[in-house]
Design a protein around this ligand. Structure first.
Ligand code: NDP
Length: 315
């Protein structure tokens, strides 16, 4: 027997919990599956200082804990678990949680986020949250007046390097090829910035540091094989994100990178009754505040859908 759920929310970042707060206050009795990383990406950032309403900053973990409490207070059923299968070809929608629990949902809000790509080095993993970060806007401020490095050559890496150049003493941009992928205007800005030092044709072999944080990086030039060590306090990854949309790909329209396509100005996907919000449908902004805003829209869109559906069933 399937469990019948009116409003199913998948994902527990700021988008998912904001959708849950709105949906529960609208009596949609939402059930929220937290996914593999409860709290989402924010729980991996040290301090959030750019979310309005927190003049003294707040830790990512604390903010997500508070959002969760707020959603629970209004009646959201928050569950630790993962949606492992979906079938959006029939209505109500059929989903499977944790590979065995069958669900029938009247509306689904996808808020599964995107995960920052990392290089996959053991040393990088060890120092995550201790000087290794994939969010320059979140963590850059902690490196005021210090030397840092950004890995990547796209728009995000150049934007991050420019952002950090206003805060830090020196910014190394570690690029694996001899050219940047970033747009020409971003390239020009980077080339003209005296604080940014581009290290072409370099791969990171190891991030150096200890319990107290990052102290440097060992690089290998992929043309000359030459190794160099740079002394840095912060190590930023900007090598792209991967949206967590794989499980929906048979049914939901996505772009080439896997970002869910929503109808402009709304959270509607190509399937009526399935909505998407947060980073899984937003490759440009990817901020907690924009995710929260889109979560609110998704809950309101879901409520309208249910109302319209009810009135068409009753007429
Ligand atoms: P991109 O995929 O555009 O760039 C990723 C960069 O990381 C590339 O330079 C790539 O190198 C490099 N890279 C990937 N894997 C590795 C690795 N293992 N080791 C070293 N380097 C690696 O991602 P972005 O996040 O920069 O941008 C994503 C999208 O968002 C783009 O369409 C971009 O234009 C857009 N964007 C727009 C902005 C704006 O308009 N203001 C701001 C930020 C992003 P290589 O080039 O060799 O493949």
């Amino acid at each position: 027997m399937s469990e019948k759920i009116k409003c199913l929310i998948i994902g527990s970042g700021p988008a998912g919990f904001t959708a849950a707060i709105y949906a529960s206050r609208s009596n949609l009795s939402p059930v929220l599956y937290e996914g593999m990383e409860p709290g989402g990406q924010l729980t991996t950032t040290s301090e959030i200082e750019n979310f309005p309403g927190y003049p003294d900053g707040v830790s990512g973990f604390e903010m997500m804990d508070q959002l969760k409490h707020q959603a629970v207070r209004f009646g959201t059923d928050v569950r630790y678990g993962v949606i492992t299968e979906v079938d959006f070809s029939k209505y109500p929608f059929k989903l499977i949680a944790d590979e065995h629990h069958e669900i029938e949902a009247e509306v689904v809000i996808i808020a599964t986020g995107a995960s920052a790509n990392y290089l996959g080095l053991e040393s990088e993993e060890k120092l995550r949250g201790h000087g290794v970060s994939a969010c320059a806007v979140c963590d850059g401020f902690f490196y005021k007046g210090k030397d840092v490095a950004v890995v990547g050559g796209g728009d995000t890496a150049t934007e991050d390097a420019l952002y950090l150049s206003h805060i830090c003493n020196k910014v190394y941009l570690i690029v694996r090829r001899d050219e940047l992928r970033a747009s020409k205007i971003m390239q020009k800005r980077v080339f003209e910035n005296p604080k940014i030092h581009i290290l072409w044709n370099n791969n990171v072999a190891e991030v150096l540091g200890d319990k107290l944080g990052v102290t440097g990086a060992r690089l290998k030039n992929n043309k000359t094989e030459e190794e160099t060590i740079i002394n840095i306090d912060g190590f930023f990854l900007a090598i792209g994100h991967t949206p967590n949309s794989q499980v929906f790909k048979e049914f939901i329209d996505m772009d080439k990178a896997g970002y869910i396509i929503t109808k402009p100005g709304s959270s509607h996907t190509n399937i009526p009754g399935v909505f998407a919000c947060g980073d899984v449908q937003d490759k440009d902004y990817q901020q907690a505040i924009t995710a929260a805003g889109s979560g609110c829209k998704a809950a309101m869109d879901a409520e309208r859908f249910l109302l319209e559906n009810e009135s068409s069933c009753n007429s």
